[in-house]
Design a protein around this ligand. Sequence first.
Ligand SMILES: [Fe+2]
Length: 389
Amino acid sequence: MNLARPISGFTAEQLIEQLAHVRDQLRALIDCLPDDGWLGLRAEHLNPPLWEIGHIVWFQERWCLRQKPDGTCAPSLLPGADELYNSSTVPHDSRWTLPLLAPAALDDYAASVFAAIERRLRSDFTDELAYFAELCLLHELMHIEAWWMAFQNLGYAPPFTPTLPGNLPVQPTQLAFAAGAVTLGSGPDAGFIFDNEKWRHTTALPAFDIDAHSVSEAVFAAFVDAGGYQRSAGWSQAGWAWREASRISHPLYWRKEKGIWQGRRFADWLPLDPAMPMRHVNRYEAEACAAWLGRRLPSAGEWLHATQHPDCRWGMNWEWMRDPFAPYPGFSADPYHDYSEPWFHTHGELRGGGPVTDALLKRRGFRNFYLPHRRDPFAGFRTASAIQP
Ligand SMILES: [Fe+2]
């Protein structure tokens, strides 16, 4: 096992099959775009779909076909591709106005890249290529989740309604843990892992209790109705500054009709489901609600420790941690340098995975990250508290 390039051990045929399957998922979303959806709304939290598809294909070509053993990069099949689709160098604001490939030409580029990767996986299969193919597979799955977020954000009807697991008890149940130690990070035995998970290390964990499940829509509605957005108590300084600047008084995708809260699920407004995990809150809203409950967000160590308990439920939403997203000791970036490193310390960490997260990304060790003001991810939270000795 190559310690620098942990892989899941998929065969070439398994990787080809999964890459094709993921492309079918993307295609199903593309087919549901409205007529004016190729460029879509210009916003900080969105990418134009026409750019994003090109970027996904460019990323595959970059790492599976163009990467040379000495670390340099061969030319693209598409002249000028780097100037259009390299997310590290193409400013976000410019992505709506670039001379992007038209949909038919984009299909040709995607088909050529896919065929070349298929040939290479069959003829030149190495651990290194398996690593980059798996990186591209997960990269495409992350962009597909971003598409689901955009569909929810823009009120587009999706290709199918994802299962939104609920059935949370009205009264939160908690699990208590004695002081001990927790292992953070992942090892080469964990299959494919990202650089931000390296490596496994143990730290002390004081005694704590933690919710056995995410905070529900019912609990969050009680916070809103108790004036949670009207008082600064419980909000962090940055959180209250965000609330003041944004003039927000309730969660995204909520509205009150005849005194009753409703939530929008993609294109449809529905009554809240009190037993559903709260989703689409940012870290500031999560922190404030947790403080109103007399508690706080859990650390990643507490969450990891708790999720090994058989009564702990997770995977219904991304969950905000109290930790900032930060490197583990001895961090060094993997070949795709910009996956983690540019986002350390400014972003918040999330764990778990939600209703539109692929199973390959729903690992306890997977560290997701977003800016703390982002409300469009399928993200909620659970609460924790220290137990005094
Ligand atoms: Fe990307």
